[in-house]
Design a protein around this ligand. Structure first.
Ligand code: ATP
Ligand code: MG
Length: 677
């Protein structure tokens, strides 16, 4: 314990020993930023700072768990569960839960994810009688989400966004502003937040309650942020608010890795840190510990094609290592087979474990071919951040029932149950029911008791609704009152509403879905065992925040398939980057945005993303692309072109292979040809 900081190099040590004032650690991938931050936390505690006075923000839940585990190893694990260490969302949620009454919410308040928010926007557009073609719910939701990230209130939306626009679009924003206002009203009514509220409402809470702000400023005397380059405006505001007046703020990041511009992150936050805090100490780490020299040199050469960079040096004591393997394949199918063959080869002959290997793609859609091929080559894989377990239809359905146990105000959940369970009553009638309830100041469930009061509901429909009210809603409300452990409650609910008969049996593959539901019920049971004192409410909240959670077993024995975005901060001995094609990586949208003059730096963000992907690799890096793909309904071939990023890599560090399918067989053969790139 005494020699805690001896595991750091001299510059890292300086950073970990600078305990007060603003500090920026600016350094490239793999230089030990996260490691330094972890050791600094341990060092603060060893220097007598209470762990409760340290706030550490990571970008993902996984990163938070890793960091906690490492801190536990360094100084003992007694305190790690009590640390204020997590993502912006989880930290804000904690603050909000401590102050629900101050923000117009009550106990049981749950979080809406993007799908939920979108459903609310759709309902509003429907209720307002607007044309969904003109007021596309997705587009409207994106405008609202962006406004929230920029802390723009509904009432100010028109003035903020339509200033420079013509009359027509001013009218458009006036309507959007009304939708936004209604959206906020519905969220408050349903006793829910959306994701962006977590940060926005925390800031509102702190700004309008000086005593509460002082309390948290005193609590979080030391603030640390990892991946600072991807902080957005509202997150930046929050941090600067909490850090005052002492400004003990320690941030680490790499402007070369800013990849969330499309979601409002702004690399100027890191570039301007020294302006914000003129007394800031800036520390640059230059030695890379992660990757071979070939990988470091190639990725640095690539990123230097960007104009928006801060200058950084990078060196390593590692050998050149293997060249970067570039493979050109006839088609995505041949490419996927090539990757599978290589993986088996690495496992069979080079002692790599499946868990050493990650396959990175620009978007999940692109990994479909690979997801089909991996099982054929008997390679177990884990899809990280794709359609998660909790996104499965049957799980989402069942979660709505649980939500109502926790938060009876959640009308969205109630409407969903209605849509799932009640046959023969369409959208218009449901809308009439909610309207009737609103106009007569009744609960919707009161209308369900005597549905014929609503015009258009005859005896048959009414019977269905009353049956639903008895079997489902009454069961839920009864269970709310019963004193049962959370897992028993969930199971009891499952049985009382006869979920299998009434819901699963109506869907395809009911047996398969039943298995997933059993896993889900088991997960609730495990949560209860591992978290004494916590209930269904905590379970639902926590699961919403942990989108990357996977409850399947044997993760160790699986290759990971993920997007370059979700690989941020991670490292793997072997990395495959697939689909390195123009219009894929760089993404078509970025090329269009640049072309249209909307964002001259759009391709630079793609290049940073490619840099992030490359720098995840420790020893071996494979990059592949296909030459053609089948596109369109008629199945025409579309020619593809290798990504411009490949042409920016230094040729002497590459090994080029061309892969073709063997005629008449399922195998592939490789033809070396260094001329193509
Ligand atoms: P990224 O920008 O990708 O997030 P990073 O700068 O946060 O990278 P880390 O993940 O902290 O880098 O470190 C990269 C690897 O180098 C880790 O495996 C880490 O343990 C190792 N490492 C960093 N510093 C040292 C050191 N002084 N001695 C030994 N290993 C180190
Ligand atoms: Mg890191």
């Amino acid at each position: 314990m005494k020699h805690l900081l001896n595991d750091l190099n001299p510059k890292q040590k300086i950073a970990a020993q600078t305990l007060t004032g603003p500090v920026l650690v600016l350094a490239g991938a793999g230089s030990g930023k996260t490691r330094t931050l972890t050791y600094r936390t341990a060092n603060l505690i060893q220097n007598g700072v209470s762990h409760q006075n340290i706030l550490t923000v990571t970008f993902t839940n996984r990163a938070a768990d890793d960091m906690k585990a490492k801190i536990g190893k360094l100084i003992g694990s007694e305190i790690i569960d009590e640390m204020n260490l997590g993502t912006f969302h989880s930290i804000c949620l904690k603050i909000l839960r401590e102050n629900l009454n101050k923000i117009n919410r009550a106990e049981g308040c749950l979080i809406y994810d993007t799908k939920d928010s979108l459903a609310i926007v759709e309902d509003i557009i429907f209720d307002f009688g607007l044309e969904a073609t003109e007021y596309d719910p997705k587009m409207i939701f994106n405008i609202i989400a962006k406004a929230k990230m920029e802390l723009v209130l509904a009432a100010d939306l028109t003035a903020e966004y339509a200033q420079a626009e013509n009359q027509g679009s001013k009218h458009f924003y006036q309507i959007v502003s009304k939708i936004y206002q209604e959206y906020e009203r519905v969220l408050a009514n349903n006793n829910c937040f959306d994701f962006n509220d977590l940060i926005k409402k925390t800031i509102e809470l702190l700004e309008s309650n000086p005593a509460i702000l002082t309390k948290y400023q005193n609590k979080f005397k030391y603030i640390q942020v990892d991946e600072y380059q991807d902080v957005n405006h509202s997150q930046y505001q929050l941090i600067s608010l909490l850090a005052k007046p002492q400004n003990n703020i320690f941030v680490v990041g790499d402007d070369w890795q800013g990849i969330y511009g499309f979601r409002g992150a702004d690399i100027s936050n890191i570039l301007e840190f020294e302006q914000d805090y003129p007394e800031a100490v800036v520390i640059k780490l230059e030695r890379n510990y992660r990757s071979s020299n070939n990988i470091i040199s190639a990725s640095n050469k690539l990123i230097n094609n960007n104009t928006q960079n801060k200058v950084k040096e990078a060196w390593t004591e590692s050998d050149d290592g293997a060249p970067i393997f570039i493979a050109e394949a006839e088609s995505p199918l041949v490419e996927a087979k090539y990757v599978c063959k290589r993986i088996n080869h690495l496992v069979d002959f080079y002692n790599y474990k499946l868990s050493d290997i990650a396959i990175l793609c620009r978007s999940h859609f692109q990994s479909m071919q690979l997801q089909k091929q991996l099982p054929k080559f008997r390679i177990p894989h884990q899809l990280v951040g794709g359609l998660s377990f909790f996104d499965r239809q049957e799980i989402r359905y069942f979660v709505n029932y649980l939500k109502l146990i926790v938060n009876p105000n959640d009308r969205l959940a109630l409407k969903r149950l209605f849509r799932i369970e009640v046959h023969g009553v369409g959208e218009i009638l449901l809308s009439e029911i909610t309207k009737y309830a609103r106009e007569n100041k009744m609960k919707i469930t009161d209308v369900f008791e005597s549905p014929t009061v609503v015009k258009g509901i005859g005896n048959n429909k009414a019977a269905n609704i009353i049956e639903f009210q008895r079997r489902v809603i009454d069961s839920i409300y009864d269970l709310r009152e019963e004193k049962l452990p959370m897992d028993k409650k969930a199971l009891e609910l499952y049985q009382r509403v006869d979920f299998e008969q009434n819901v699963l049996a109506e869907l395809d593959d009911p047996e398969g879905r039943k298995r997933y539901l059993n896993m889900f019920l088991e997960d609730i049971s495990n949560f209860r065992k591992n978290n004494p004192g916590r209930g269904l409410y905590d379970y639902l909240l926590i699961n919403k925040l942990i989108a990357d959670k996977d409850i399947s077993e044997n993760k160790e024995q699986k290759v990971k398939v993920m997007t370059a975005h979700s690989a941020k901060g991670l490292e793997f001995p072997v990395v495959f980057i697939i689909g390195a094609e123009e219009e894929v990586f760089p993404h078509l949208k970025s090329l269009e945005a640049k072309e249209a003059g909307l964002n001259p730096y759009a391709v630079e963000e793609e290049r940073r993303l490619f840099y992030v992907a490359m720098t995840r690799a420790e020893k071996l890096l494979f990059i592949s692309f296909a030459k053609t793909k089948v596109a369109g309904e008629q199945g025409q071939y579309k020619q593809l072109y290798p990504s411009r990023f490949l042409t920016e890599l230094p040729k002497q560090r590459l090994d080029f292979t061309s892969v073709e399918s063997k005629k008449g067989g399922s195998g592939i053969q490789m033809r070396k040809d260094k001329q193509v790139i």
